[in-house]
Design a protein around this ligand. Structure first.
Ligand SMILES: O=C(COP(=O)(O)O)NO
Ligand code: NA
Ligand SMILES: [Zn+2]
Length: 283
């Protein structure tokens, strides 16, 4: 069933695990995520970035995810990832998204608070949960890009003020991850996660989580991360499977035959993550 994002994240915060938030652009990704959630009995957040909505259309994404959630035995939230455009955020809410991110992290603190508070007031009025970002997460995710030199870690005192003045349901923090593939091994600032969690005592979000070693993910969950965003690892699973299939079957042109192994590969990758995040069995 489809639920508000806060319902899923509050449970994860209370019980000390993290829920996967997986990006979608097409039907096969939606099916892979829902099948993995059913298989592992895991609550799940299905999310689309503004780039994903541009590609598929907000109505298509919403219709597919609502259909998948309707028949699922696990709680599912439909979330806008990295919302920066006011109209886009409103269109998502109008189309039944149960959670939205307002990413105003490029602005100074006061401006980020102002923009975030406006979305919180409107979304909460209709029962939709809100995620915001404080600090700048590096890397490139569709239309969001931050140079490594501009990536700035989240300041715990600013975070306390930000949450008190905005009322967000969850906060994305910059602690050393980056969107997209890593060149070297990412070094997470675990002490910073610990301090922010102690100060805020609320659901925290880790972006740029593809390519972060399993041990680091587990430590971040232990310290209080409750939503883990994954996009690149799913794209790579899709790419691996399609490349292998087409190489082995160069003359097969039926999309169903080409895309089915890709859906399976994505499902397996996602199910593994749900086990690592600790959400398996929590639905
Ligand atoms: O943060 C993410 C995903 O990042 P990755 O592609 O590194 O998994 N989406 O908002
Ligand atoms: Na990443
Ligand atoms: Zn992100």
């Amino acid at each position: 069933m489809i639920v508000a994002g806060r319902e899923i994240l509050k449970h994860a915060h209370k019980h000390g695990y993290a829920v996967g938030a997986f990006n979608v652009n097409n039907m096969e990704q939606v099916k892979a995520i829902i099948e993995a959630a059913e298989e592992t009995k895991s609550p799940v957040i299905i999310q689309a970035s503004q780039g994903g909505l541009k590609y598929a259309g907000v109505e298509y994404i919403a219709a597919m995810v609502k259909e998948a959630a309707k028949n699922a035995s696990v709680p599912v939230a439909l979330h806008l990832d990295h919302g920066t455009d006011f109209k886009q955020i409103m269109m998502c809410i109008r189309n039944g998204f149960t959670s939205v991110m307002i990413d105003a992290s490029h602005y100074e603190l006061e401006e980020n608070i102002k923009k975030t508070r406006k979305i919180v007031e409107m979304a909460h009025a209709v029962g939709v949960s809100v995620e915001a970002e404080l600090g700048k997460i590096g890397g490139v995710e569709d239309d969001i890009s931050v140079d490594e030199k501009d990536a700035t870690f989240t300041d715990p005192d600013d975070a306390e003020k930000f949450v008190a003045e905005t009322g967000v349901d969850s906060l994305a923090i910059a602690v050393g991850t980056a969107h997209g593939p890593y060149k070297g091994e990412p070094k997470l600032d675990f002490e910073r996660i610990k301090v922010i969690k102690e100060k805020l005592n609320m659901p925290l979000v880790l972006h740029g989580s593809s390519g972060v070693p399993e041990e680091s993910i587990k430590e971040a969950v232990r310290l209080g991360i409750n939503k883990i965003n994954i996009d690149t690892d799913i794209r790579m699973a899709f790419h691996r499977a399609v490349k292998e299939f087409v190489k082995k079957n160069p003359d097969v042109y039926d999309p169903r035959k080409i895309l089915s192994p890709a859906k399976e590969e994505m499902k397996n990758v996602i199910a593994d993550k749900m086990r690592i995040f600790g959400s398996a069995g929590m639905a």
